[in-house]
Design a protein around this ligand. Sequence first.
Ligand SMILES: [Zn+2]
Length: 91
Amino acid sequence: MRVKCSCGSKARITKRNEMSVAIIQLYCQCTDPECGHAFVMDLAFSHSIRTLANAVDQLLLDRFHSLSVDKQKVLFDHIVATTPAIAARTG
Ligand SMILES: [Zn+2]
């Protein structure tokens, strides 16, 4: 991926900070020593051009992982208790 500085010169990505699956901050440094501009660009998911086969599964997993550990445990325990196939294994 190429990033340009506002002066028109190439910029080098020095660090990336993954804010989420859909947003990454790119820390950039202009390669023109006379400019020396350091800046942050946001790389963001825009839209899908083909639906993910497991999009619903991924949405559920993303939602689950966004919960606090305590809420994850409550939900997990509920799923185990109310899903016969799992309850039989852990029973
Ligand atoms: Zn520059």
